[in-house]
Design a protein around this ligand. Structure first.
Ligand SMILES: O=C(O)C(=O)Cc1ccccc1
Length: 326
């Protein structure tokens, strides 16, 4: 019997950068691929079992964290990141054939795309109004509808290439030519990706309240164990003003002793800390591990303490302090 195909969902429709990220997953080409109209519905499909995993954007090199994703994976039924993908981003401006750049008043795209093309738009179409779309591809395909209320869209070159009804007015309009977006594949908890030696661990740590220095203590859990952080962002929990959680990416896998020890420290400081997964880094870069933070150093240290406890008889209270009688 053939092995059953995986079902993946992604921020769609076809032609989004998120779909390009999904296509980096080795079995994606042969999988069932279901577009979702936003990050929340994509993650809900994973939670209710209608998809095995969802590809969603999490961070980009120009705009920073994708807050819709950071918030959606931090709360609700637990999820796990099982993989990351990096996609270089280049944008084109599209319109219906016959429309030229001087006729454009309103432009639709995803908020992160708009933020990355703002300087180009100000310089080339000053005063253009932004019309938000659920994704770059959704904005572009909207131009093909009869009742469309905007004149142009910003999207990936592939959307324009595949739609004869769209005409490219300008290419490479991103303000930062080297822009890269990071996407994550999210599934239900269950199977932890194996340690590769070049891994990342993502956690969500609610900041304990009324505790001076709590953020410093959180950071110290990583610093004292030689664990490097590659992203840290604060997000409001939404409960009330001033209540925040930190979303953190750390180098290493929960199966690395130094990372496991740091997570245990986080749990002591903030018991509602959420583990969001350990997974291989897209760039396969291994961290430099200092000898005193290696697995072997942690094993030897624990063995030393265990030996002390095994060799001594534990006394009780004052009796243990009483001077031995001859
Ligand atoms: O809308 C898309 O195409 C997406 O995948 C989200 C996005 C938007 C802008 C930059 C990177 C990802």
């Amino acid at each position: 019997m053939p092995a059953s195909r995986a079902t993946y969902t992604f921020l769609g429709p076809e032609g989004t950068f998120t779909e390009a990220a999904l296509m980096q997953v080795p079995d994606a080409a042969g999988a069932v691929r279901i577009p979702s109209s936003n990050v929340n519905t994509a993650l809900d499909k994973v939670r209710d079992g209608s998809a095995d995993a969802a590809m969603v954007p999490i961070e980009n090199s120009v705009e920073g964290g994708v807050t819709a994703t950071l918030d959606a994976i931090a709360t609700g039924q637990e999820l796990r990141i099982i993989r990351e993908a990096l996609v270089p981003i280049s944008f084109v401006l599209v319109a219906r054939p016959g429309v030229d750049i001087t006729q454009i008043r309103r432009i639709s795209t995803h908020g992160h795309a708009w933020a990355q093309c703002r300087l180009w738009v100000d310089a080339n179409i000053p005063g253009a109004e932004y019309i938000p779309a659920s994704s770059t591809a959704a904005g572009a395909l909207g131009l093909l509808e009869d009742d469309t209320h905007y004149d142009a869209a910003i999207c990936a070159p592939i959307v324009a290439a595949e739609q004869p009804g769209l005409h490219v007015l300008a290419e490479n309009i991103g303000d930062n030519p080297g822009a890269v977006t990071r996407f994550v594949l999210v599934s239900r908890p269950g199977v932890l990706p194996a340690r590769t030696g070049a891994d990342k661990t993502t956690v969500v740590v609610p900041l304990p309240e009324d505790r001076p220095g709590a953020l410093m203590e959180i950071l110290d859990q990583f610093a004292t164990r030689g664990v490097n952080l590659s992203r840290i962002e604060s997000r409001p929990t939404g409960q009330y003003l001033g209540h925040y959680f930190f979303s953190i990416d750390a180098d290493g896998h929960v199966a690395d002793a130094r990372v496991a020890d740091a997570l245990a420290g986080l749990h002591r400081i903030s018991p509602a800390t959420r583990f969001l997964g350990s997974y291989g880094r897209a760039d396969a870069q291994s961290p430099v591990v200092a000898p005193h933070t290696s697995d072997e150093a942690f094993r030897a240290a624990h063995a030393w303490v265990d030996e002390i406890l095994a060799a001594e008889t534990l006394g009780s209270g004052m009796a243990a302090n009483a001077s031995p009688t001859a």
